[in-house]
Design a protein around this ligand. Structure first.
Ligand code: MRU
Length: 440
């Protein structure tokens, strides 16, 4: 398992992984860095210098800076959606529900340029593996269409080659662990390659917007199918523990693990959902609790360290989580704390399920040992949500994900069925088109 940086280098490079800092015009930021003891105060992520390799060339149309995303109204149906596209190609924008402000405030931001989207992904305005992938796909569109509009009217697609490469790299490096981002960017680039040569730059952008919308729509369908399979695996009644947030806020649809829970409850299963608060950024407390309450699903919020206690008490009959990357042997990277839950579940003989679409599988890696683990800013631990809990100068480690070995996973729940006791052979058979086993 590789981490993106050691603590020391996180400090040195802190800017590229800095959480949201207060910025004028971008609204209130939640994760305000403390005054660091040593290096200069980290700049907001969107003002950070791009990595050396990316800064060497200045491609046509590259925005100098992120522009402050405008606050816009939410969807008219009142449903909380992490990401959506609003408008046409020329007047369109990516609309993100600012998840750093939930549950206190529901604020939607309109994103129209690459650097603002990159900052939003780094700052967790949009988060959750599938949602990051969808946002990334739309991000290529906003960048290329603004370049095409300003400079390339009537020109062929080759003029977009460099802006595409640039946007691809900028987005790919925004968060390293969730492979859905790479998957979506590769799919967009493949679409570009298929159509380059016979379209104008403007036509290409329209084609890419169609592809991004298709990725978005498909994710909703994948979620629905995963949810149906997973719902069957959950017990008729009892406690189900989940970690982080894997619902509509994290995906393009009903969610993965949370979708399974929603469908199970809708099917009449009598479940109490134990939502881990999910330190340090509290996605469970802030987002999962909110989504379950809004859906009127019974929920009890617990701190992460209470999971073992409730398992010992016989209150938990299943654990279900999402994934950020699943390797060829079924090892699974997910939000930090997932591995500890899997060990606890194993000890207590409680089934441990991972729900994820095919876009989360990374068969280029044999095992989870090769997964790059994102190391985030120390102040997320020292002063979560802006409140100082620890001495400002205390050294901190803050890996955002951990890896659960497949031997601890009862089943991977996918859109094509369930892979019980996952290992290299079973994952390969599933990937090669064999459906997973029916859920029951
Ligand atoms: O850091 P986050 O909030 O993006 O982490 C999210 C998770 O770990 C989710 O469990 C995972 O992305 C699956 S979302 C369907």
């Amino acid at each position: 398992m590789k981490t993106t940086s050691s603590l020391a280098s996180t400090r040195a490079r802190g800017r590229s992984v800095a959480p949201a800092a207060p910025t004028r015009g971008r609204g209130r930021a939640v994760f305000k860095p403390a005054k660091p003891a040593r290096p200069a105060k980290p700049k907001p992520a969107h003002q950070a210098k791009p990595p050396a390799a990316a800064s060497r060339t200045k491609p046509a149309g590259r925005p100098a800076k992120a522009t402050a995303p405008a606050v816009v109204s939410g969807p008219s149906d009142g449903v909380l959606r992490g990401v959506e596209w609003r408008g046409g190609l020329d007047d369109g924008a990516i609309i993100l529900l600012d998840q750093t402000l939930l549950p206190r405030e529901v604020v939607y931001r309109s994103i129209r340029d690459l650097e603002s989207l990159r900052a939003a992904i780094i700052d967790l305005v949009v988060r959750g593996a599938p949602a990051i992938g969808i946002a990334g796909a739309y991000g290529l569109v906003v960048h290329l269409s603004s370049v095409a509009r300003r400079q390339l009217a009537g020109k062929g697609t080759s003029a977009l080659d460099e802006p595409l490469r640039h946007a691809y790299e900028r987005l790919l490096t925004s968060r390293p662990t969730a492979v859905n981002l790479r998957w979506a960017l590769v799919r967009m680039r493949d679409c570009y390659d298929r159509h380059s040569g016979h379209l104008t730059a403007q036509e290409m952008c329209a084609r890419l917007l169609m592809e991004a919308k298709r990725i978005h729509r498909e994710d909703a369908e994948l979620c629905a199918r995963i949810a149906d399979f997973g719902a069957q695996l959950l017990p008729e009644e009892g406690g189900v523990l989940t970690h982080c947030n894997t619902g509509a806020l994290a995906t393009g649809g009903v969610g993965t693990a949370l979708g399974c829970i929603m469908h199970a409850v809708r099917a009449g299963k009598r479940l109490m959902i134990y939502a881990d608060e999910t330190r340090p950024l509290l996605q469970g407390a802030r987002l999962t609790a909110l989504e379950l309450l809004r859906a009127e699903v019974p929920v009890t919020l617990i701190t992460d360290s209470m999971a073992g206690f409730f398992m010992q008490q016989g209150k938990i009959q299943a654990v279900i989580v999402g994934a950020d990357r699943i390797t060829a042997n079924g090892d699974t990277a997910n939000k930090i704390g997932t591995y500890a839950l899997a060990v606890l579940a194993h000890h207590h003989r409680i089934p441990f399920y991972v729900a994820a679409p095919y876009s989360t599988f990374d068969l280029s890696l044999d095992t989870g040992a090769s997964i790059t683990i994102e190391e985030r800013h120390a102040d997320e631990v020292r002063r979560p949500l802006g409140t100082q809990f620890a001495p400002a100068e205390v050294p901190v480690a803050n890996p955002a994900f951990d890896v659960t070995p497949s031997s601890l996973i009862t089943a991977l729940i996918t859109e094509r069925g369930v892979i019980f006791q996952p290992d290299s052979e079973r994952v390969a058979a599933w990937m090669n088109g064999l459906p997973g086993e029916p859920a029951v």
